[in-house]
Write a protein that binds this ligand. Structure first.
Ligand SMILES: C[S@@+](CC[C@H](N)C(=O)[O-])C[C@H]1O[C@@H](n2cnc3c(N)ncnc32)[C@H](O)[C@@H]1O
Length: 244
């Protein structure tokens, strides 16, 4: 089974991911702080999960496409919409790597938490970048595999996999921030802003409530409007603009 199939199998058990909602709330607030005064004709959320992040911007978007390999995740997204909101949303249940979207570009493209789970992150990144229109905005997340905190998380995950305690039964892709910045350049994408933090609590996560984890992250790293300790954060959310 390749990584794409393993990811589908994992995310189809939706609660395994959605129970850690503090991470989703931080991503949602980061996006809203940066984009809530902008208006977009078209938007695409790749690996949208329950869709709550891009749906929270729906008042500013005329047509939103939600794409996810997990049909169960998309069902949750569908169920969360009012009948009026549904008229603005298209759902695609497929892999981003299957070329399911052709000859279309979007004013806003969002992809959070995806690159760790695909077969070839560089190939998928360039596929995502090709969907961003000229002057369009891309919001993308990556965990920097060159960062000391990531190395700690990796060692912990290897140990829990060995002890069969890890909920993910496959290893995540490794992409350094340096590699990512090189890919941005190659794709003619300019970094407008970014926010760095650590989402993983390495082993003690299950002892802390989601609310407490949220407060710890905010206390250490602040927010995108008022960031702190950015060099300590291995998770990065980047806001990019496609240059002409
Ligand atoms: C970590 S979750 C992130 C969900 C959401 N973007 C968020 O930030 O909360 C990753 C999502 O990507 C989806 N996914 C994984 N591989 C995919 C692929 N090749 N194509 C499309 N979606 C994929 C999963 O089903 C899952 O919903």
């Amino acid at each position: 089974m390749n990584k794409e199939h393993k990811a589908k199998e994992f995310f189809d058990k939706t609660s395994l991911y959605l129970e850690s909602d503090y991470g989703i709330i931080i991503r949602k607030e980061t996006i809203n702080s940066s984009l809530n005064t902008d208006q977009f004709e078209t938007a695409l959320d790749i690996g949208c999960g329950d869709g709550s992040i891009s749906i929270s911007l729906l008042d500013n978007i005329r047509a939103l496409t939600l794409l996810d390999i997990s049909s169960n995740m998309l069902d949750i997204a569908k169920d969360s919409l009012t009948p009026e909101q549904k008229t603005k949303v298209t759902f695609i249940n497929d892999s981003i790597d299957s070329n399911c979207i052709e000859d279309t570009q979007f004013e806003l493209t969002i992809s959070l938490g995806l690159l760790s789970h695909v077969n070839d992150p560089e190939k998928t990144f360039h596929r995502i970048a090709s969907l961003v229109s000229k002057n369009g905005i891309l919001v993308i997340q990556n965990t920097d595999s060159g960062h000391w905190y990531y190395k700690l998380i990796s060692a912990y995950l290897r140990l829990s996999r060995f002890l069969r305690k890890d909920k993910y039964q496959y290893s995540f892709n490794k992409t350094t921030e340096f590699q990512l910045l090189t890919w941005f350049k190659k794709a003619n994408l300019e970094v407008l802003s970014s926010f760095h933090y650590n989402q993983s609590f390495i082993g003690i996560g299950s002892l802390l409530s989601n609310g407490l984890k949220y407060s710890i992250i905010r206390n250490i790293f602040g927010s995108i409007d008022s960031p702190r300790n950015q060099r300590l954060g291995s998770d990065g959310i980047y806001f990019l603009k496609r240059k002409e």
